[in-house]
Design a protein around this ligand. Structure first.
Ligand code: 5AD
Ligand code: SF4
Length: 437
């Protein structure tokens, strides 16, 4: 989401004559786009600001000026406190207001500015469209905010209430992206499958229906969406995984924990069983679907037995990948006041066990794809010369020796080797296809 937001900010600023530079030295403006999801991310903001102010001081010494801005969810949550703690910051603005950047910059020339408004409905209308090429695989925001209020999470407070963009606005932006050469679109939203945008007739449209409309766009080859909530995996969306071949066989569906007691305390509104049932239903319509998830260990009150229930869910699902975190108390969230704090060393030990299991599953998943020929989308140059980096339908990263002219193309690649986080493969030529046929 922050990658997408940063890009949008760059688009707004392009209208004022700004363009992105590779290093902060000598820049006219620096924007630190921040994340508030866990304490670690928030802490980084202030150490990073300390580092970045050197560039501002250097520029001022040389007689120039540099606007220093803090954007994103830490800006939203901490607002004035950032101005107090970081005296060099000129401008603080939350995720609801980056379309107002031109006015804010003008103001920031004379005074220090804080903008933490939530005019979400105007935001997308006021943002410039995607005129430049976004690359072969790009994000498209369709939904923002969250009404779920999981007790550990700051998102409903920093990103505000759920809002879905109108269907036509999404389709128009997708078409523009495809015209610019994009072949794969990942639909974005904090709670993307709660999407309920209106179509031109004023009817509410679900994410499953939106995906079906997007699938009709010529030249758009692959569709993904993230992040989803189990409670919003409706039948239409599950069925879409079986019937829409452009919808990739990969789904990031966070479960957070495997114990129903913990899930209840988290206000997740689902049980371990209902989560597993959804995955069974998905695998019925799309047997090869690869699953991914988020986990939190050490939520207040989590016992060893509760944690074991999380491990059990992982064993049952067999993930393609997963992200796991130690619970981090966030200011203003209900869980921050809950009893039963789990000791730091216990959290660390549980996280290690969980990550070991997840890593084993990821490697096993990757190994299972060795020998298969998969259509991969070449997204960028690889780390080594003569190599390109691509993504398989299962969202695996694959390095392939290939000519640069294949960038942006979807090509059959035979998987030759599997590692923990990536694959190696080779382009299948027609000759090879004939031989193996
Ligand atoms: N502590 C730890 N992890 C968290 N996440 C969200 N809030 C917290 C928190 N307070 C994790 C969840 C979520 C992911 C984006 O970050 O797993 O799905
Ligand atoms: Fe946070 Fe996701 Fe829960 Fe919303 S559904 S409160 S974004 S964890």
């Amino acid at each position: 989401m922050n990658v997408y937001d940063t890009r949008k900010m760059a688009d707004v600023l392009a209208g004022l004559g700004y363009e992105p530079v590779e290093t902060p030295e000598g820049a006219d403006m620096m924007i630190l786009n921040t994340c508030h999801i866990r304490e670690k991310a928030t802490d980084k903001v202030f150490s990073e600001l300390g580092r970045l102010r050197e560039h501002k001081i250097a520029k001022e010494k040389a007689g120039g000026k540099m606007i220093m801005a803090v954007a994103g969810c830490v800006a939203q949550a901490e607002g004035d406190f950032i101005l107090k703690r970081a005296p060099d910051v000129d401008l603080v603005f939350g995720p609801g207001s980056y379309h107002e950047l031109p006015e804010m910059i003008l103001k920031a020339g004379g005074e220090r500015v804080v903008n933490t408004d939530f005019p979400v409905e105007d935001k997308f209308d006021a943002l410039p469209g995607q005129h430049k090429s976004q690359g072969p695989a790009a994000f498209l925001s369709v939904q923002e905010g969250c009404d779920k209020f999981c007790t550990f999470c700051v998102v409903p407070y920093t990103r505000g209430a759920e809002y879905s963009r109108p269907v036509q606005a999404v389709l128009d932006e997708a078409k523009m992206m495809v015209d610019g050469g994009t072949k794969e679109i990942t639909l974005l939203g904090q709670n993307v499958n709660a999407y309920h945008g209106e179509n031109d007739k004023g009817q509410t449209t679900s994410l499953g229906a939106l995906i079906a409309l997007l699938a009709d766009i010529n030249g758009l080859e692959r569709i993904r969406y993230t992040t989803s909530h189990p409670k919003d995996m409706d039948e239409e969306l599950i069925d879409a995984h079986g019937s829409i071949h452009k919808l990739m066989p990969y789904l990031h569906l966070p479960v957070q924990a495997g114990s129903d007691k913990v899930l209840k305390a988290m206000n997740r509104k689902h049980t371990a069983e209902s989560y597993l049932d959804i995955i069974s239903a998905l695998r019925k319509v799309r047997p090869d679907i690869a699953m991914s998830s988020d986990f939190i260990v050490g939520f207040p009150g989590e016992s060893e037995e509760d944690f074991e229930a999380t491990m059990e869910v992982v064993r049952k699902v067999e993930y393609q990948s997963a992200y796991s975190f130690k619970y981090s108390a966030r200011p203003g969230t209900p869980a921050a006041n809950m009893a039963g704090l789990v000791r730091e060393d216990i959290k660390a030990e549980r996280l290690e066990r969980l990550q070991k299991l997840i890593n084993e599953q990821q490697l096993a998943f990757n190994r299972k794809t060795v020998g298969l020929t998969l259509p991969v989308l070449f997204e960028r140059k690889g780390k080594n010369d003569g190599q390109l980096q691509a993504r398989t339908p299962y969202n695996q990263s694959i390095n392939v020796p290939a000519n640069e002219r294949l960038l942006g193309e979807i090509v059959g690649v035979k998987v030759t080797e599997a590692f923990g986080n990536s694959l190696a493969g080779e382009v299948v030529t027609e000759e090879m296809t004939l031989k193996s046929a």
